[in-house]
Design a protein around this ligand. Structure first.
Ligand code: 3PY
Ligand code: MG
Length: 502
């Protein structure tokens, strides 16, 4: 028997774990499948009972090393979780060296302690288990009060204690810093780490998020928590509700006066047609070259007004804002895609131009039309972004970066325009069949479908829409595992593509 957690710690490594509180064996199994070193079952604050713990340990133990935080430091609390098969024991609220010595006695078989033999899992191979358990099982005590911090050096020196494990939340209450941590708390945390190191022992800490776990790991903590089941479900569920949130209010489409930039393009011209079908009063159809709008304007000459506009040219924006002062619905659709990777010839120029059009052009339009929208009752602003704003597609890296900037701008606009009653909607489709995506061989959606989704989104006052199967699939993938999507997108780069570094 050799405990992989102990081996990792001995080599100076850091144990990563997921924390299981909900008492659901199947949820613990899912946590273990993601590949942490350990799953910790929380018997102190979690919903486990003896039966569900035994079941869950059986489900995870061939994937991740089972660990348990015991309910308390009693004989029964410690003995029963070790009998369930825990190979690491974390005992809460240990304040003194005497308490720590008692923990060791309860966790070890004679002659080191007084643990009683028995239990279903030890009986699988009783002789081997009893012979190896004292060495195999890692014993950690939680330091989570001011008293424990003061006694940390003495506690760490107790033979048989392998790790001091900090409970930062209880510690913040004990130190009087709750709900914040702050400098006093941090000084205590660092003093416990130093005490553990001085005694030649390891130190772990509860971390509710992976980013915090990474910071603590860099500081020398050797056991961190990446995620916990309640947090994962709660955050995921909250995020899903926020993403699907629809608002209510006056109709933003019917009788609106719209301005659509890039109205000669695939999505632009279909958006103009969809707006007409939805009953807008008028659409200013904007393009750099108004001649390119002739066919479109002929569809409804009484309601469509061609406008010369280059979003990269401040003078033309000013002129358009003066000519279109009755706008209530601004659709920032104009965009440019170099369709090149980061190391293509001229990629810096591409990047500048994409920023100029996609990000700064939309920004300039928003600045010019903000007072008009305010004067006309608030209305709405729609920004055509793309799903690759959320995750870079290396076939078109610089374009994706400019759209990431636009996504951020859209969030800022939503916040700043709320007070004047302007609804801001981001549109994040996947690949759309337009002249902008000539080399993309995957499934493309029709521009009409994007245009219809824009109308539906405005009717429901959605903040963000993800038209089409590709966009909604990627958005779902990102919510579940953003890193996996990033790596999948990186694979789209062909081996000998022009976008590859030469
Ligand atoms: C604490 O922060 O007090 C903990 O016990 C974390 O589980
Ligand atoms: Mg605690």
């Amino acid at each position: 028997m050799s405990n992989p957690l102990k081996e990792k710690l001995a080599s100076g490594g850091c144990v990563t774990c997921h924390w299981a509180t909900l008492g659901l064996p199947s949820a613990a199994e899912l946590l273990a499948e993601s590949g942490p070193d350990s799953v910790v079952f929380d018997m102190q604050h979690g919903l486990w009972d003896r039966g569900s713990l035994e079941h869950a340990v059986g489900l995870v133990r061939h994937r991740a090393v089972p660990a348990v935080r015991s309910a308390d430091d009693s004989d029964y609390a410690i003995g029963s979780v070790l009998d369930a098969g825990a190979r690491a024991l974390i005992v809460p609220m240990v304040d003194t060296a005497a308490q720590a010595r008692a923990v060791v006695r309860k966790a070890k078989y004679p002659p080191l302690g007084g643990r009683s033999g028995g239990g279903t899992r030890p009986m699988l191979d009783y002789k081997a288990y009893i012979g190896g358990a004292n060495d195999d099982i890692l014993v950690a005590v939680m330091i989570e009060t001011a008293e424990a911090v003061a006694n940390a050096a003495e506690i760490a020196a107790v033979p048989g204690i392998d790790m001091l494990f900090i409970g930062p939340f209880d510690l913040s209450m004990s130190l009087g810093t709750f709900p914040d941590f702050g400098p006093k708390h941090e000084a205590a945390v660092q003093s416990v780490l130093a005490a553990a190191k001085a005694a030649g022992k390891t130190c772990g800490i509860f971390t509710p998020y992976a980013s915090m776990a990474a910071d603590r790991r860099a500081q020398g903590f050797q056991w961190v928590v990446l995620a916990y089941d309640q947090g994962l479900i709660q955050d995921g569920a909250k995020g899903a509700v926020a993403r699907a949130a629809l608002g209510s209010g006056p109709d933003l489409v019917k009788d609106a006066v719209a301005l659509v930039t890039g109205a000669n393009g695939g999505i632009g011209s279909e958006t103009v047609r969809a707006l007409l079908r939805a009953g807008v009063a008028k659409v200013y159809c904007a393009a750099r070259n108004p001649d390119s709008l002739r066919t479109l304007v002929a569809v409804a000459p009484d309601r469509l007004v061609p406008v010369q506009l280059d979003v990269a040219d401040p003078a033309s924006i000013d002129k358009a804002a003066r000519a279109c002062a009755d706008v209530t619905l601004l659709v920032n659709n104009a965009g440019w895609n170099s369709n090149e990777g980061l190391f293509a010839p001229g990629s810096l120029e591409n990047a500048r131009h994409e920023m100029e059009v996609n990000y700064l052009g939309t920004f300039a339009m928003a600045r010019a039309f903000q007072p008009l929208l305010a004067r006309n009752g608030g209305g709405a602003m729609v920004n055509l972004i793309t799903i690759v704003a959320h995750v870079n597609l290396p076939l078109m890296s610089t374009y994706a970066a400019s759209k990431a900037a636009l996504l951020s701008l859209t969030q800022g606009l939503r916040a700043e325009l709320k007070q004047q009653g302007t609804h801001v909607m981001g549109v994040l489709p996947g690949a759309v069949d337009t002249p902008m995506t000539p080399g993309f061989e995957g499934m493309k959606m029709r521009p009409t479908a994007v245009a219809e989704a824009i109308i539906q989104g405005l009717r429901g006052r959605a903040e963000e829409i993800y038209p089409g199967g590709m966009a909604s699939g990627v958005a779902c993938g990102l919510a579940l595992d953003a890193k996996a999507v990033e790596h999948e997108f990186a694979n789209y780069l062909p081996e000998h593509s022009a976008a590859r570094p030469k």
